[in-house]
Design a protein around this ligand. Structure first.
Ligand code: UFG
Length: 334
């Protein structure tokens, strides 16, 4: 059985669904702080007897004991975390408690119950303002916000837990994750939504909110920020490969998950207007604090060691995200 923490959230639920499709037994652990009950209902429907849900909190040791006790957990895939950069600058305590203490509690429970393999959601935010583009795994990790620091701290703790207790980890440093399940069963649903693609797509609906481009005088091809958008299903495939790698006895390691390519906010906006075939109201707004101009991953290491190959295009990501937004919009009308 595989434990997926944060499996009611955006990326964790895509992971759980994929594992279930591969006939794995899955237990999802989530406290619904940002996840959704509807997502769990979908996973139950898809996974049937292979799926189990445990509502609990990483900060509650009783929950963790009850989770691990009596279950045959082979490995953990750990998504549960808060992930909003701006919020982390205003409320660092929330990020350090949940992301760092929560992860320590999880690792301690793994140690106690002899589970020694973990795949961890890390982030490009651990690099901070990059010193080189594309960013390699060997690039300096110097986070510029508490969210990035919380994830880097957990990466370091994982090295120590390997040396002392033999817990092997694969840390996957995500760039900008985009898109939804290609069968439209699950997708991105944040409240508030801060991410670029869902925000552009939401501006196509009737109660149209003007989409804001945060800054157009960056030192980039068209003045707007450049990011590396990786499709969520491709990202999940990398987790499956990382899991396979650990189950085959692989050593602790870390990988960037991105496409090696960057797109500007304006390029994404233009592609969204093509995919939706709609005029989308927009305006140029102030820069958002802490946004680096360019973040692009060097993904060679994941290709070479894990045998990963991202296959989806940006068009695929925007299309699946749009299908999901349309479904959400219909649901909200009822
Ligand atoms: N943007 C807009 N308007 C919006 C939303 C975003 O112009 O309404 C711009 C942002 O300024 C940025 C780009 O679109 O330039 C992408 O922004 P997102 O919020 O979608 O993503 P980020 O690059 O800020 O954040 C992502 C992850 C974080 C992670 C970070 C690493 O979501 O979890 O990359 O830097 F920490």
């Amino acid at each position: 059985m595989i434990l997926v923490t944060g499996g009611a959230g955006y990326i964790g639920s895509h992971m759980a669904l994929k594992l279930l499709e591969n006939n794995e037994k899955v237990v999802v652990f989530d406290n619904f702080s940002t996840g959704h009950i509807e997502t769990i209902e979908t996973l139950m429907k898809e996974g049937k007897d292979n799926f189990e849900f445990f509502e609990g909190d990483l900060l509650n040791l009783n929950d963790l004991n009850a989770l691990f006790k009596g279950r045959n957990i082979e490995a953990v895939i750990h998504f549960a975390a808060f992930s909003l950069v701006e919020e982390s600058t205003k409320n660092p305590a929330k990020y350090y408690k949940n992301n760092v203490t929560g992860s320590i509690n999880l690792l301690d429970a793994m140690h106690k119950y002899n589970v020694n393999k973990i795949v961890f959601s890390s982030t490009a935010a651990t690099y901070g303002e990059p010193e080189e583009i594309p960013i390699k795994e060997t690039s300096l990790q110097n986070p510029v916000n508490p969210y990035g620091t919380s994830k880097l701290t957990v990466e370091k703790i994982m090295d120590d837990y390997d040396r002392a207790y033999g817990i092997k980890s694969v840390r996957l440093r995500y760039f900008n994750v985009a898109g939804a399940d290609s069968k439209c069963r699950i997708g991105e649903n944040h409240n508030p939504e801060t991410h670029l693609i869902p925000n552009i797509l939401k501006s196509t609906f009737n109660n149209k909110k003007t989409f804001k481009i945060f800054g157009d005088n960056y030192n980039t091809k068209d003045g707007t920020c450049v990011r590396d958008y990786i499709n969520v299903e491709d990202l999940i495939n990398a987790h499956l490969l990382a899991l396979k790698y650990l189950l085959a006895g692989g050593k602790t390691d870390f990988f960037n998950l991105g496409t090696n390519e960057g797109n500007s906010v304006k390029e994404i906006f233009d592609l969204c207007t093509k995919v939706t075939n709609k005029e989308i109201p927009f305006e140029i707004a102030q820069k958002r604090a802490g946004d680096p101009a360019v973040l692009i991953a060097d993904n060679k290491k994941a290709k070479e060691i894990l045998g990963w190959n991202p296959e989806k295009t940006l068009y695929d990501s925007i299309k699946s995200a749009y299908m999901w937004e349309l479904k959400q919009n219909e649901r909200n009308k009822k």
